[in-house]
Ligand binder design. Structure first.
Ligand code: AMP
Length: 280
């Protein structure tokens, strides 16, 4: 396995893979890897000849400098995890490499980026669309793997590749959870023992949504109300948003009559966690 930090070296490697007519699978990450990332890496390993995993903590997608400063970093451990998964390349550039002096071009998207997290994290998704475009241009993958845990991100990226005619197949893999239901997240590392218990209200609220939908409740306001009351039982949890949206357009729904997404963002102490479930 090769660890590459320079863009030109990565591009040379990609050219040699293309010369050999091999397919490239790509898993972009910000590091602090857990089993959620590993599930993407394994899917990519199975479906492609060459597997590239990137580790890059992209500063432009952080709307809060405290979140960026406190984001867990464990590059050496991550390299070992990826090595065990039999990847071919880790691409881990530095910020001077990705955003050199004079950098002033950004990729922005309308509509899908206004909903859910877009409403409360200004600029976040522009950072995501810009870095993903750069990584796709450098790595030229056949397939790229994203997690359903960040549902809005995957919807935005599917739209990005369609709108910009990028020849990349976007694969969305299921959310990996702890046994008690908490979605794995690099930010979980920041939770205290008490926070960790409190964080369960997030999954509890989504289960409530799923159960109401299964018993034929279709009024989104009723479901949101019940989800809110589940979360409010945990005194330390602060709701950022609870929304039921059309799973394709991410537009708010008042009545569910197609594929819908129940999405939640909650502050547990100083850590903001997100999760979602599909209602269909
Ligand atoms: P991140 O390092 O947080 O940017 O995440 C890298 C990729 O891993 C993204 O596509 C995430 O959606 C995905 N991911 C993060 N957590 C999970 C999880 N619990 N299950 C599945 N995929 C995940």
């Amino acid at each position: 396995m090769e660890v590459i930090t320079k863009i030109n070296e990565m591009q040379t490697r990609v050219l040699s893979v293309r010369d050999r007519k091999k397919s490239i699978g790509f898993v972009p990450t910000m590091g602090a890897l857990h089993d959620g990332h590993i599930s993407l890496i394994r899917s990519a390993r199975e479906e492609n000849d060459e597997l590239v995993v990137s580790i890059y903590l992209n500063p432009t997608q952080f709307d809060n400098s405290d979140d960026f400063d406190k984001y867990p970093r464990q590059l050496n451990k991550d390299i070992e995890i990826i090595r065990k998964e039999n990847a071919d390349v880790i691409f881990t550039p530095c910020t001077e490499e990705m955003y050199p002096d004079g950098f002033c071009t950004h990729v922005t998207q309308d509509k899908l980026t206004d909903a859910l997290c877009g409403g409360v994290r200004p600029g976040h998704f522009n950072g995501v669309t810009t870095i993903v475009t750069k990584l796709f241009n450098i790595i030229d993958p056949d397939r790229a793997y994203f997690g359903q845990k960040d549902y809005q991100q995957s919807a935005i990226i599917k739209r990005l590749v369609a709108d910009m005619n990028m020849d990349v197949d976007i694969r969305v893999c299921p959310t990996v959870r702890e046994e008690d239901g908490l979605a794995l997240s690099s930010r979980n590392k920041r939770l205290s023992l008490e926070d960790r218990k409190d964080a369960l209200c997030i999954h509890g609220s989504l289960q409530k949504a799923g159960a109401m939908f299964a018993s034929n409740v279709r009024d989104a306001k009723d479901i949101v109300e019940e989800m809110t009351s589940v979360i409010k039982k945990t005194k330390q949890a602060r709701i950022d948003y609870i929304s039921i949206v059309n799973a394709d357009t991410l537009e708010d729904l008042s009545f569910i009559n197609g594929r819908a997404l129940a999405a939640v963002a909650v502050w547990i102490g100083n850590t903001r966690l997100i999760d979602n479930t599909i209602l269909e």
